[in-house]
Design a protein around this ligand. Structure first.
Ligand SMILES: Nc1ncnc2c1ncn2[C@@H]1O[C@H](COP(=O)(O)OP(=O)(O)O)[C@@H](O)[C@H]1O
Ligand SMILES: [Mg+2]
Length: 262
């Protein structure tokens, strides 16, 4: 048996005359952090939506723990252990943060873990504490800054105890301080372990990012998309020095792929 946790095989998606995703294939191993980069319009978000079951591929398969989940609705994927955050946060603004997180816990994945009704509130608090937002647990989500909203999204996702967490541009629109706070949460997730009632051991991540700098520091592997196709797949140092990647991603000639992004 291979260690493979997750894979997409030959995934394709067309919107009218536009081939947004074409024959994309990659794997994610348990506990691995994979970055997905590429210029705007490359097809990254479409891949995320196909992985989360928010749309169906025209061709190809999504495989989790060896099972074909291509036809699964989103909720079933969450129950299996895949959860994600969106490029644009959409919290329930009038509700306090704790309620925003608790909603995610009303699913069979969490209920299966026992003592659910008694622990759901504490577990939501653990998730907020994990991302550094527990002080605001009772504040309405409408009061949050952009950076706090991103962290709320992560709290909501990790509360379900995922095995694969998919983050679509978690750092977009954040200032430096917010970026650092969020990066700390991601690194803490990566480290894994027990945190209150949460177990973050072995959680793999697929992180879509436009900016390279943060990703370079966290990712084990980087995938590069360009015009719907997978252009490169390898360790960060290798990928940023790949002449094709340098050319399409930075629009420059080889040599300096990482510098400008830090
Ligand atoms: N629902 C949709 N309907 C039509 N075109 C879409 C839709 N979603 C994305 N596209 C198009 O598909 C291409 C890839 O988009 P997207 O996956 O959002 O790219 P990225 O996230 O890499 O910026 C873009 O040209 C975009 O305009
Ligand atoms: Mg996108």
């Amino acid at each position: 048996m291979s260690r493979q946790l997750f894979a997409v095989n030959d995934l394709s998606k067309r919107f009218g005359g536009l081939q947004a995703v074409r024959g994309v294939t990659f794997e994610v191993q348990p506990n691995e952090i994979v970055g997905l980069i590429g210029p705007n319009g490359a097809g990254k978000t479409t891949v995320v939506r196909l992985i989360m079951g928010l749309m169906r591929p025209d061709a190809g398969r999504v495989v989790f723990r060896g099972e074909d989940i291509t036809g699964d609705p989103t909720w079933r994927r969450v129950v299996r252990g895949i959860t994600g955050t969106f490029q644009n946060s959409r919290p329930m603004k009038r509700l306090p943060l704790i309620a925003n997180v608790m909603v995610a816990l009303y699913n069979p994945r969490v209920a299966r873990q026992g003592e659910w009704v008694k622990t759901v509130e504490a577990r939501a608090l653990d998730a907020l504490e994990f991302v550094g937002l527990s002080d605001l647990a009772l504040s309405p989500a409408s009061e949050l800054s952009q950076g706090d909203l991103k962290r709320l999204e992560i709290a909501r996702a990790i509360a379900t105890g995922p095995d694969l967490l998919v983050l679509d541009e978690p750092f977009a629109g954040l200032n430096q301080v917010e970026t650092r706070l969020l990066a700390t949460s991601v690194r803490r997730l990566r480290k894994g372990g027990r945190f209150g009632r949460l177990h973050t051991e072995g959680c793999a991540m697929l992180i879509v990012e436009h900016k390279l700098s943060e990703l370079m520091r966290i990712a084990d592997r980087i995938l590069v998309m360009h015009f719907g196709e997978l252009l490169a797949d390898g360790p960060p140092e290798e990928v940023v020095n790949d002449p094709r990647v340098v050319e399409v991603y930075t629009g420059r000639t080889q040599g300096q792929a990482t510098q400008e992004t830090t």
